[in-house]
Design a protein around this ligand. Structure first.
Ligand code: ADP
Length: 626
């Protein structure tokens, strides 16, 4: 018989499975049972619309059987089965969903995360088995087929016999090695434990032949071993259980079982509502960003169940975009089972549930911030950006709701702080909430523009995310305090005296500044006396709504409209360099142009902007040195 090769990616995953990157081998059983349950679900759905099918619950189950002697473990289901083509397509290639877009080998090497993010479920069988055999008969077919593989070498498919529709997965369990015990996967008590632990809520019975000893009939001390078929799982879904009976471990297991993520969730929330609309929900705030979170392929949404039956994998209407990181499920008795996607959007019940959930997530995050700060910071480092997008999008509709969840790095605290914390610490004479924009905290720390504000002892919030300044412009003011960039024209700090002084200096050097402005052309809108510089000779600031940082962000966008900030070159008249400028202005116009160009380029560099002509710049430095 011809041995077929696995598709390239499948082979790599398979290699990883065989060399067991998962530390918990036992999860293979969870994966296979979950596939079996999905296969039964598929018949169930079909029966909803196909009149020729009836779904009699008693006929559908999963059975796990172990044979220690032969080292065989079987997982049989009465699900929809697979045709020859399906065996080939589903088991010859993994993750047909297309989501498996491995970018490069490196990513695969630490593929630990990747594995968890996709269901590579079936292949996990190779962690514990040398040979995996799948015998399946598809619904509506008279033929059965056998798929078999010993791992990396490929697989074979052949015709075979099977009476009932469904699938048998037959594993030949590996021999024990020095480090690994595989025998346990043939032990009744172990298998029972694993099923209880991971698959308790599966809606269909998971049966096993269980041995127990009983008193022999008519005897008082003689026992006999009897084997009975028993249902191992409680079949009550976790979300229907009483919160008091559940542990964090149960919620974590459910998260893993549902493949919501590979990380351990940061927070889980169990909701049972029995009001205008009845529903149960389990929501999770993940710890880590899913690798595709900020890609266009990412789909937000919660699983939606109607009376315990999954009706939609990702119901987007249940989550606002700014909470798109939330994972989990909702089950409601008040939703119709065969409701269509279009109708769902207008469903009043669903809207109510969504509103409720939104509130709940917000209050959960608030309590995390208040009571478990470290966890919140961890969350914020992963998903804070999304909250800031939320503030900015929809013309700021949600800003009130979200502003108290925001955090920014503080120049004084040297860690993330909330707006509320900032305002509560403001000295009485401080008028504004100050912020500075830059690529990194370290870079902002060195910005000359921060000097005056920092000197005053005022706290400055550091904006290092592209979105930060846009989000803040949307909020405008917090607790009646306006936000102010340290680079903006009027800082609201200068005492009246210095104000007069600057005006006098401005008047006195009017001609010099005009000459400098003329030398720079339309690169800047004006050259001015700086009120904010202390030790640095120059800096760039901007007039008007668009800041220099915003210009950078907007121009990096694909359909940029070439937005320009009105740049102002500020000169520190206390700096000794200013005397050289004055002298040059009086005696040597060419020198003034040279100095102006140098200073302008310096200001660009400090600001993290590219200088237009680096060669000219270095030549100019040489000129000055010579
Ligand atoms: P996933 O379950 O994430 O799709 P798997 O590798 O576990 O990935 O399974 C691949 C596909 O094989 C499934 O989507 C399903 O179509 C099919 N399959 C697996 N196990 C069974 C089964 N017991 N019965 C029917 N189909 C199955």
């Amino acid at each position: 018989m011809e041995t077929k090769q696995f598709k390239a990616e499948s082979k790599r995953i398979l290699d990883m499975m065989i060399h067991s990157i998962y530390t918990h081998h036992e999860i293979f059983l969870r994966e296979l049972i979950s596939n079996a349950s999905d296969a039964i679900d598929k018949i169930y759905y079909k029966a909803l619309t196909d009149e020729s099918l009836t779904f009699d619950k008693d006929n559908y189950y999963i059975k796990v059987t172990a044979d220690k002697e032969k080292r065989i473990l079987k997982i049989c289901d009465t699900g929809i089965g697979m045709s020859r083509e399906e065996l080939e397509n589903n088991l010859g290639t993994i993750a047909k969903s297309g989501s498996l877009a491995f970018k490069n080998e490196n990513e695969l090497k630490d593929g630990y995360d990747i594995i968890g993010q996709f269901g590579v479920g079936f292949y996990s069988a190779f962690m514990v088995a040398d040979t995996v055999t799948v015998i399946s008969k598809a619904l509506g077919s008279d033929e059965a087929y056998k798929w078999e593989s010993k791992g990396a070498d490929g697989y074979t498919i052949s015709h075979c016999e099977k009476d009932a529709v469904g699938t048998d997965i037959i594993l030949t369990i590996k021999e024990n090695t020095e480090d690994e015990n595989y025998d346990e996967f043939l032990e009744e008590y172990r298998l029972k434990d694993i099923i209880k632990k991971y698959s308790d809520f599966i809606r269909y019975p998971i049966k096993m032949d269980v041995t127990s000893s009983k008193l022999k009939e008519g005897s008082e001390n003689e026992y006999e071993e009897i084997v009975e078929e028993k249902v191992i799982n409680s079949m009550v879904p976790i979300w229907r259980k009483n919160k008091k009976e559940l542990t964090q471990q149960d919620y974590d297991n459910f998260y893993a079982e549902k493949r919501y993520g590979f990380d351990k969730p940061l927070k889980s929330v169990h909701i049972s509502v029995d009001g205008a609309v009845r529903y149960n929900a389990i929501l999770y705030i993940p710890e880590k960003i899913p690798f595709d979170y900020y890609s266009p392929e990412f789909e937000k949404g919660l699983e939606l169940y109607s009376s315990g039956v999954l009706i939609m994998n990702k119901c987007a209407d249940l989550l606002p975009d700014y909470f798109s990181f939330v994972k989990g499920m909702v089950d409601s008795e008040d939703l119709s089972l065969n409701i269509s996607r279009e109708m769902l959007q207008h469903d009043r019940q669903l809207k109510l549930i969504a509103k409720n959930i939104n509130k709940k997530i917000k209050s959960e995050l608030q309590s995390l911030l208040k009571n478990e700060r470290e966890k919140y910071v961890e969350f914020y480092n992963s998903f804070g950006r999304q909250l800031k997008f939320g503030v900015y999008s929809d013309f700021g509709t949600h800003k009130e709701e979200l502003q108290d969840l925001l955090m920014f790095y503080s120049s004084i605290e040297k860690k993330l702080v909330t707006l509320e914390e900032y305002v509560s610490r403001m000295p009485e004479d401080q008028k504004y909430i100050y912020y500075a924009v830059g690529e990194t905290n370290e870079r902002i720390e060195k910005l000359p523009q921060t000097e005056l504000v920092a000197d005053k002892g005022y706290e400055i919030l550091y904006f290092t995310d592209d979105i930060d300044e846009f989000a803040i412009k949307m909020i405008m003011s917090y607790q009646e305090k306006e936000f102010k960039s340290v680079s903006s024209g009027d800082l609201g700090i200068e005492a009246e005296e210095t104000g007069k002084e600057t005006a006098a200096e401005e008047a006195e050097n009017k001609d010099l500044f005009e000459a400098m402005k003329a030398a720079l052309g339309d690169k800047v809108k004006a050259v001015r006396v700086s009120k904010r510089l202390k030790s640095h000779p120059v800096c760039l600031t901007s007039d008007g709504e668009v800041s220099i940082e915003m210009e950078k962000v907007l121009n990096a966008m694909p359909n940029n409209q070439n937005v320009k900030a009105d740049k102002v070159l500020e000169i520190n008249v206390q700096h000794e360099v200013f005397q050289s400028l004055k002298a040059a202005f009086a005696n040597d116009k060419e020198k003034l142009e040279l100095y102006t160009s140098l200073l302008y380029n310096q200001a660009l560099l400090i600001e993290g902007l590219p200088i237009e002509d680096p060669v000219e710049f270095t030549n100019n430095i040489c000129k000055v040195m010579a």
